[in-house]
Design a protein around this ligand. Structure first.
Ligand SMILES: Cc1ncc(COP(=O)(O)O)c(C=O)c1O
Length: 479
């Protein structure tokens, strides 16, 4: 493709993207295609001769959009949001153009240095303690991981390295294998499945602990588990505190967990994948009280802070545990400035890394902290707006206190009727929700996902849910 064609193609694509996003609510939120729909729509083989870009453009609706679930539609209420904004899309274009692989400082100094500074900007926006920030001049600093799952695993591996070193100092005759077999980590039973997965990948035991009646992990529960394990000769080494659980957006009591971890020299990792974005608003920071007791903190601007996937920001008080654990230093990756700036390959699992800090830089500058705060507050307001509808209709109940942009609700009654309600809602296809279940209670989750969502969209979603409830309850009374 020549430069002239690229310009035309990119302009046409910009127009297409703008049309797509600005009119997204008119599209059917989940496509009605069946598995295997796509193969018959494209040739059996790649074309031998080059096609014009207009031919590709012409196929986007037919091949791609016919099978897209529109996560940015205000009718999409499933899972948690994934971010999308024009500044981040443009930044990804530039990142694609520079197309560097920033594994070391010299591999592209701007890629590393902008990341260091952006993590400092963002850390200050959240009110993270200075010890987590590179600007403090201490050891701490931040890094962009691809996902929260990677951050949890990286923290676990750092914790493992730190503990193995400590235990070896106390018991020089113990082998790595002996120590590893005794390591045990902890998390809320409601923690994301990626925490359990980190345990499996890291080859260590991970215990899930029972939360309190608000689905929060408490300090006493953790303390009891640790004491029991110590008695049995195990070595507690890692705790994940979840701020904003996936099922119901509950918040572990970080302050209490921090005290227990600090008194036992246990690494405390905070997983605030979704809810962490809300901490840019000072009024929500009470939910991260005790963060200064943590060793690592992670959240996903790519969920709720208008930075397109992937951008999972992680701060470490002592990155050296991770850096040393992952340090393999072949000659071809060495350079003259080692040690003067982070070589981010040591902070992550893969070697290669994209220039993701550009997305953060563009979004932070083109929105400004003020508009990002407005975005969070508006979305939480919309969740409360929906909550009120549920509260006013005495057939419904709220399952979990609404603190962020997620409403967990259900029809009063048994699980079956709620399962039927969700089947109706998703079956009609106007809006899309997913359920969850805690302690055998099935409920529906309505997440505010799209940055385009307005009160009128919530009115529509509520009308749809109410109308499905009418049908379901009529069906029940007929039987
Ligand atoms: C609390 C929590 N932790 C971790 C994750 C996993 O996030 P990621 O896809 O970035 O690994 C999620 C996803 O929703 C989550 O809600």
């Amino acid at each position: 493709m020549e430069a002239g064609d690229f310009k035309d193609f990119a302009k046409a694509m910009t127009d297409y993207i703008t049309e797509y996003l600005e009119n997204i609510r008119d599209r059917q939120v989940v496509p009605s295609v069946k598995p295997g729909y796509l193969r018959p729509l494209v040739p059996e083989q790649a074309p031998q001769q080059a096609e014009p870009w207009t031919a590709v453009m012409a196929d986007i609706e037919r091949v791609v959009m016919s099978g897209v679930t529109h996560w940015h539609s205000p009718r999409f209420h499933a899972y948690f949001p994934t971010a999308n904004s024009y500044p981040a899309i443009v930044a990804d274009m530039l990142s694609g153009a520079i197309a560097c692989i920033g594994f070391t400082w010299i591999a592209s100094p701007a890629c590393t240095e902008l990341e260091v500074v952006m993590l400092d900007w963002l850390g200050q926006m959240l009110g993270l303690p200075e010890q987590f920030l590179a600007r403090s001049g201490g050891e701490g600093g931040g890094v962009i991981q691809g996902t929260a799952s990677e951050a949890t695993l990286v923290a676990l591996l750092g914790a493992k390295a730190r503990t193995i070193q400590r235990v070896k100092e106390q018991h020089p005759d113990w082998t790595d294998t002996q120590i590893l077999s005794k390591l045990v980590g902890y998390c809320n039973k409601q923690a994301h499945s990626s925490v359990e997965r980190a345990g499996l990948l890291g080859g260590v035991k991970l215990r899930t602990l029972r939360p309190d009646n608000k689905h929060r992990l408490r300090g006493d529960t953790l303390k009891d588990a640790i004491e029991e394990d110590l008695k049995n000769g195990l070595i507690p080494f890692y705790v994940v505190a979840t701020l904003g659980t996936t099922s119901s957006c509950a918040f572990d009591v970080l302050d209490e967990l921090g005290d227990v971890c600090n008194s036992h020299d246990i690494w405390l990792h905070v997983d605030a994948a979704y809810a962490g974005s809300a901490f840019i608003c000072p009024e929500y920071r009470y939910l991260m009280k005790g963060v200064e007791k943590a060793d690592s903190f992670n959240f996903n601007p790519h969920k709720w802070m208008l930075v397109n996937f992937d951008c999972s920001t992680m701060w470490l008080k002592n990155p050296r545990w991770v850096v040393d654990a992952f340090n393999v230093d072949p000659l071809y990756l060495k350079h003259d400035h080692q040690g003067a700036a982070p070589d981010y390959r040591h902070w992550q699992i893969p070697l290669g890394r994209r220039f993701r800090a550009l997305k953060l830089w563009f979004v932070l500058r083109l929105y400004g902290i003020e508009n990002l705060q407005k975005h969070i507050r508006k979305q939480i307001g919309l969740a409360h707006y929906f909550e009120e509808f549920c509260n006013k209709d005495d057939r419904f109940e709220i399952y979990e206190e609404v603190t962020m942009g997620l409403v967990c609700f259900r029809l009063k009654g048994d699980n079956e009727i709620n399962e039927e309600l969700l089947r109706h809602i998703n079956g009609r296809g106007k809006i899309h929700l997913v359920p969850s279940k805690i302690d055998d209670v099935y409920f529906l989750r309505l997440a505010i996902c799209s940055r385009f969502t307005e009160n009128s969209d919530i009115d529509l979603s509520w009308e749809e849910i109410k109308s499905c409830a009418d049908e379901v309850l009529k069906g029940v009374s007929k039987n």
